[in-house]
Design a protein. Structure first.
Ligand SMILES: Nc1ncnc2c1ncn2[C@@H]1O[C@H](COP(=O)(O)OP(=O)(O)OP(=O)(O)O)[C@@H](O)[C@H]1O
Ligand SMILES: [Mg+2]
Length: 333
């Protein structure tokens, strides 16, 4: 069991209000991801949930019970940080078991839980090694193992993979997805990585300036962003924004169009323009162009394309995939 309910969470450091009234419901077993610009309050919110930081006001309920005055160790939460924070002089086995030992758990029980976690995380060959003798990915798995053995109701992850190189990040991401499937535990996870957010989350929470902009499944946020902030934040490369008046009379102030929803051709199309820069990513080609109608546009094409700077091209948007926003930046249904 591990449901979480946040009501009107506010947090100020001095006069600086960092969380401005956060309401959030997380179901037991859900994988929830927090995204948002640097400094928007993601880590602070995790720390408030864990009890490492006192909220200025508001309520935190775990499985229906108020925990706002419960100390961190009694909340049934385990947190995994970006820095692994392992004890350098202890081997993997003892690092994973230390928390249980300190809580007075019996030796046999500790061994059983550490053994199970280490098998789950493929750490069995490394149990006798010290952290300095491990790769970054292995260290992060030990940090995750240390959280697992406590059998928490709720896992909190604060950018756990950001110290890892690209290949290891993919591998560890798959391991975390597998872990979530097997443990069926509630997980709350902060990341700057779009792919992690889109692939791991049941539900993404987009934070901005200490407030929630939108909550939804990855595809809801991608297909139906509630406002220009979410539209610009979710998706890479970023959505193109065009002043609606440039495209003719409209009730909208801004038109949004994702780079993957624009076709390019050399002979004809809606918007004539000139290529400025091309990025060949292998599976995709990103073309940056300037058109008379819209100004700068980013276009994402599937596969390899031989466009080059100064080429004259015509861009044609997929009309069914346009997003329209009003003067306040809110999506028009
Ligand atoms: N102990 C503190 N005292 C004062 N201000 C703090 C403290 N901790 C965080 N802040 C401020 O609160 C704001 C939110 O910080 P937080 O660490 O939650 O951001 P974040 O969304 O996790 O950012 P990042 O993506 O860079 O990790 C920032 O402006 C930060 O400077
Ligand atoms: Mg942070």
């Amino acid at each position: 069991m591990g449901s979480l309910e946040l009501k009107s969470i506010r947090k100020a450091f001095g006069t600086h209000e960092v969380l401005k009234g956060i309401d959030l419901d997380v179901r037991d077993g859900e994988f929830v991801i927090f995204v948002g610009p640097s400094g928007c309050g993601k880590s602070t919110l995790l720390r408030v949930i864990a009890g490492l930081e006192d909220a200025t006001s508001g309520s935190v309920r775990i499985d229906g019970a108020e925990v706002i005055n419960t100390p961190p160790a009694k909340r049934g939460i385990a947190m995994v940080f970006q820095s692994y924070a392992l004890y350098p002089h202890l081997n993997v086995k003892d690092n994973m078991g230390l928390g249980l030992k300190q809580a007075g758990t019996e030796r046999a029980e500790i061994d059983a839980r550490v053994g199970k976690a280490s098998t789950m995380l493929s750490l069995d060959p490394y149990l006798a090694r010290r952290p300095a003798e491990l790769s970054g990915g292995q260290r992060q798995r030990v940090a995750i193992g240390r959280a697992i053995v406590r059998e928490p109701k709720l896992f909190l992850f604060d950018e756990p993979l950001s110290n890892l190189d690209a290949a290891l990040r993919v591998q560890t991401r798959l391991e975390i997805a597998g872990l979530h499937r097997r443990l069926k535990a509630t997980m709350i996870y902060v990341t700057h990585d779009q792919v992690e957010a889109m692939t791991l989350a049941d539900k993404i929470v987009v934070l901005n300036g200490g407030a929630i902009e939108q909550i939804g499944s990855p595809m809801e946020l991608y297909n139906k962003p509630a406002n220009t902030f979410v539209a610009g934040f979710i998706g890479s490369p970023q959505m193109n924004f065009i002043a609606a008046e440039k495209l003719g009379p409209s009730e909208a102030k801004t038109i949004g169009i994702r780079p993957e929803h624009i076709a390019l051709a050399r002979e004809s199309g809606d918007w004539k323009g000139k290529v400025i820069h091309v990025e060949h990513l292998g599976a995709d080609t990103i073309v940056y162009l300037e058109t008379e109608m819209t100004g700068l546009l980013t276009v994402r094409l599937f596969g390899e394309h031989r466009y080059a700077p100064d080429d004259v091209v015509y861009a044609t948007p997929d009309k069914a995939s346009l997003h329209r926003f009003d003067t306040n930046g809110r999506a028009i249904a």
